[in-house]
Design a protein around this ligand. Structure first.
Ligand code: 3HC
Length: 315
């Protein structure tokens, strides 16, 4: 077959994108498209795995067996999401070990939200409600991402995220309807997690270096600010329904826009946390490094057993 020149390859690639034909692992794709996906999907996977730590902190301190079982199931789901997404990066040629080393060396990012401490049981409610709520907002459009394996992984992930968000909102509802101390605990958690949850959507569109290209390649189907606005519009009435107050004095329904107007995000705080200077960044990455070290014997044993089985088969 005549070697197609690069321009023709790129034209055919973009034509598939424009026609919403999924790009699959064995299809030709521009290297930048591949690298953008490896960057985003690997950081998404890191976020899932690091995201287990703040909640794992409360499994042994859940107020009853039901809450413990639900939180345990949620944290296990996040591990599965991470493994799913690491596998998706491997379909693009990324090496799993290198990807994980990038997290441990501090080279790779993960979602800023997981660098905040979890100080009370109510934080488990705020994380489920706000963090998983924001994750759903961001992940539903990714179910229509142009790269097949990522889009399909998101369909499965989103189903589980909905359970995560509901269990979090139920915790907040229970506390908000409880004693004055419980309601105060829920309000305190909302105060601490509201703005970091809005930061999850990334910098504003005007400051986002990847959004324009990611939209052209239909990796992103909506921009950071569009998704952030949806999050505010959906979540504010949920807070009001349970008698909690969103910590934003500038929050106001704008009838003309059909959206809430809300205050300015503290972008210095955002970039500070993204750059590794958040409250828990060092602790989170150290915990992941330790987990890899502590798990080395399991990997060695599994590899030794697999090698022995292979030799047995070959003899
Ligand atoms: N935390 C850390 N880094 C962030 C960030 C955040 N909240 N938002 C943006 N950044 C980084 C980007 O990674 C990029 O840096 P890089 O070039 O070194 O990768 C830089 O800031 C510029 O941001 P852009 O908006 O231009 O970058 P993107 O186009 O990649 O958009 C994103 C950022 C919206 C997070 C996008 O990457 C995305 O949609 N990722 C997939 C979803 C995801 O990762 N969600 C994280 C939460 S997962 C989760 O919550 C699990 C749930 O089960 C609890």
């Amino acid at each position: 077959m005549k070697e197609l020149d690069i321009n023709e390859l790129e034209r055919r690639f973009q034509e598939k994108i424009d026609k919403d034909i999924k790009i699959e692992p064995n299809d030709w794709m521009p290297d930048n498209y591949r690298q953008t996906l490896i960057r985003q999907i690997s950081q998404h996977a890191h976020s899932e795995i690091v995201g287990m730590l703040p909640e794992g902190n409360w499994i042994t301190r859940a107020p009853n067996l039901r809450r413990k079982a639900v939180l345990l199931a949620k944290v296990q789901d996040e591990a599965g999401h991470g493994l799913y997404l690491y596998s998706a990066t491997e379909t693009l040629g990324a090496d799993r070990e290198d990807t994980i080393d990038d997290l441990h060396s501090g080279k790779a990012k993960y979602s800023s939200i997981f660098n905040y401490p979890t100080l009370s049981w109510a934080d488990m409610g705020a994380i489920g409600w706000l963090v998983d709520g924001a994750a759903i907002m961001n992940q539903v459009p990714l179910c229509r991402c142009s790269y097949g394996p990522y889009a399909r992984a998101m369909v499965r992930v989103c189903k589980e995220e909905s359970f995560h968000q509901r269990q979090g909102y139920e915790i907040m509802t229970t506390l908000a309807n409880g004693t004055p101390e419980q309601k105060a605990m829920a309000q305190d958690a909302l105060n601490r997690f509201w703005w970091p949850a809005l930061m999850m959507f990334g910098p504003s569109d005007k400051d986002s270096k990847h959004t324009a290209q990611s939209m052209a390649w239909k990796i992103k189907r909506q921009t950071n600010d569009e998704l952030r606005q949806q999050m505010v519009d959906i979540t504010v009435p949920q807070a009001e329904l349970i008698g909690l107050t969103v910590p934003d004095p500038d929050l106001k329904w704008n009838e003309e826009r059909g959206h809430y107007d809300f205050g300015e995000i503290n972008w210095d705080e955002f970039w500070n946390v993204v750059k590794g200077n958040g409250p828990c960044n060092k602790e989170r990455v150290e915990a992941r490094r330790k987990a890899k070290e502590n798990g080395a014997w399991v990997r060695e044993a599994a590899n030794a057993y697999a090698a022995k089985q292979k030799m047995k088969k070959a003899s």
